[in-house]
Design a protein around this ligand. Sequence first.
Ligand code: SF4
Length: 491
Amino acid sequence: MPSHLLSKSSYIKGLQCEKHLYLYKHHYEEMDELTDMQKAIFKRGTDVGILAQQLFPVGTQATEGSPPDYKNGLLKTQELIEGGENTIYEASFQFNDVLSIADIVVNENANFNIFEVKSSTSISETYINDAALQYYVISNLGINIKDFSIIYINNQYIRNGELDIKKLFFTESVLELILPLQDFVKDKVKRFKQVLMQKHIPPVEISEHCYKPYLCGFYNYCREHIPEDSIFDFSGMHLAKKYELYGEGIIKLDDVPDDLLLSKNNKLQLKSYKNGKPYIDKDAIQNFLSDLKYPLYFMDFETFQPAVPFFDDSRPYQQIPFQYSIHLMKKEDSELKHFEFLAEPVEDPRKKFIENLLNDTRGKGDVIVYNKSFEITRLKELVRDFPEYADEIEKLTLRIKDLMIPFQRKYYYSPEMKGSYSIKAVLPALVPELSYDELEINEGGLASAAYESMQTETDLMIIAEIKQQLLEYCKLDTLGMVRILEELRQL
Ligand code: SF4
């Protein structure tokens, strides 16, 4: 069985950048390590793919394994087709050195319907290109494709009792879109094969294309020459402008000429970098602080977004709050009190979350969050799903103040923040002794993935460990806010 040169994923990489395609095939070891978040997204794609097979419940898997054992998959697919199998999952095909593994193939008297499953909630241009390549491979093998559809998630589906697979997924034919692309695919396949045969890495400069449709896996490899303090740190500057400067050879912050037209924030950022000192607008900070009403409740939520809704009255990808941490400061310099909530896995966490939250924040005083739009949107969703708590939740919402403002509006900026005003950048700049580095879970996306993993975990030791990690992470977020506020006061 001859090996293939291209696959669906390498074809998409080639469309993004020929250097990406080449590096992926010949210098795989240089690829950035997958983050836990990326692994969780891949796993979600696989899980959704398996679930969608239930739309065609009686079928046979042709290609097994991860990475897929395509050699056996090709043989088995051929056998199954010749044997008249009606439904084949993960069917492998190869034509002109291109391998394609189709998620679901339905054979109706030698007329084939091909289905590609995506865990997204819409059909993107990349999916069309991916489908066009598959059509190219399968149809050129002499197989009569009657229709080609993409199955994707209906984000308006609201679960009520048992999962209704037929309502969870949309199935949409893309045949009319992929037929006109066949000549394009043929040309690209020819071109990409030539690229892969070259002896040298294609000389492609970094640019905006490195981010679309996906962040390139060789992002760091191609940016080894970018120094620590570069124009890519400019906050709020369009990517196009950054790459324009890069193209002109302005790369280090030290290279930026004094007469370059910059936004007010970028000027301030540059000045602070060049002076090596923080920028502090004491009056603005003072105004922000004097507006706070004690007692202060420092509050942070964690949420997860299952692609397939676990609970009644929830939709695909709905953000479900499952955890919070609150540090209560009764008055300036008084001792802190800590409250926390972490839902048990499997059960719908929302009601207990609301009840505990309302209990722990009852009374007067401001509720301090970092990036209030996140918490406020979650609270509004809880009002929508549990209107019986509307009054109390709305009162709580009115008390919310945003600790991000002094940093977003640059009342305080220090070079260590590297243009960012996220709490992950602000905390180490202002309170270096408090760090997320030692924590197993050290960002919100990982907290979501960890909580979601508990839904199917049966090992109690592992569950206990994840719970502990989640509690430590969320607690640090609110303790961090307390310390940041104290630092602002010192200023
Ligand atoms: S980082 Fe950019 S230039 Fe480098 S391989 Fe990826 S897409 Fe191409």
